[in-house]
Design a protein around this ligand. Sequence first.
Ligand code: 2IT
Length: 439
Amino acid sequence: MTRLRSKYSGEKEYLQAVQEVLETIEDVYNRHPEFEEARIIERLVEPDRIFTFKVTWVDDNGDIQTNTGYRVQFNSAIGPYKGGLRFHPSVNLSILKFLGFEQIFKNALTTLPMGGGKGGSDFNPKGKSDSEIMRFCQAFMLELWRNIGPDTDVPAGDVGVGGREIGFLFGMYKKLAREHTGVLTGKGITWGGSLIRPEATGYGAVYFVQHMLHLQGKDIRGMKVAVSGFGNVAWGAAKKATQLGAHVIAISGPDGVIYNPEGMNDEKIDYMLELRRSNNDVVAPFADRFHDATFCPGKKAWSIKCDIAMPCAYQNELNGDDARELLANGTWCCAEVSNMGCTPDAIAEFQKARIMFAPGKAVNAGGVATSGLEMTQNAMHISWSAEEVDKKLHGIMDNIHKACVQYGTQPDGYVNYLKGANVAGFMKVATAMLEQGVI
Ligand code: 2IT
């Protein structure tokens, strides 16, 4: 860490993600001198390679815009690089390296053969027209296409990249490469996409929460769930939690939180998709549309009294103060759905209070796992039914939960899911790296 801190001093998210993993795998690592001999840690924390490129495009006014594009190919020990693309003004190398690093362990946990990668751009989709988004996606792919491929690197969506963007990116890839392959996941259903992929991150997260609760003799039915965000992930989580009888009493945006005491219904859940599609990045209109809901400007979802907190928006969106507020309000479970949604301080508060806490790389792995299932269907030139994919997703989340319990249960019985997830993912990747020699 000392070496990394001086080498990458400005990259705070990357350093945070590495520090968290190293702390939790320390004792396992020390029990395996062969890892130390092969310098596994030193090799694991450096990406295999990083592509940085200029993306120029013309906006609707005829003005020329310049953005930066990236793809971080982090680790391919267990399969082709796999991970999403994020379009957000905050995107920089630190954020993409943290996401790519997390992705290595998450993908290993899915039990599917996928390495870790991440990419994106500082392009801001807010307020852009559909044609501007299309032109940007096309310009982005014009640069990226030579570095990806169905057996090399398979990007997907992340914040700011959904079905619409994947469509534009795929169209350009297909034109340039002259092949129709599974080079991206999250595709449309009629052209190679997998059923359940749009829902999978949120559904998988709720399946994981059910496993956490069942282990404690509890059930999600009747529980009050606070969700942050209102994008694809929050939508899937709200939909499945509601189906299973929970009350989703909060969703939020950068503008504030919606207090929704009566919970969700089909109309409200569908409206979340409309909000996302509008490219406005605000949640306030939800309260204009549904009068049982109230908009609280500037507030976070964590200000609302709930049983279960599910951060579904952005890294470090739940800090120590938020954790203390949740705990004071009686929250007894926090399942991170966003990548690194909680600060180290918040995690320490939850663990100190001995409430259930599980990290994003376990809880949200259903998304990339279903991307893996999409790759399998593409490679086999078939498509599975929604039931079949959902059944596989269930099985994968069950396995991830079991792995966390196996590696994370402490002598006093408390399950440290963070440690469990990191150790289970690390062991698989480290072993694969060891077996493949010094490369
Ligand atoms: O963070 C993630 O796992 C994703 N954004 C999904 C990645 C994928 O390849 O489906």
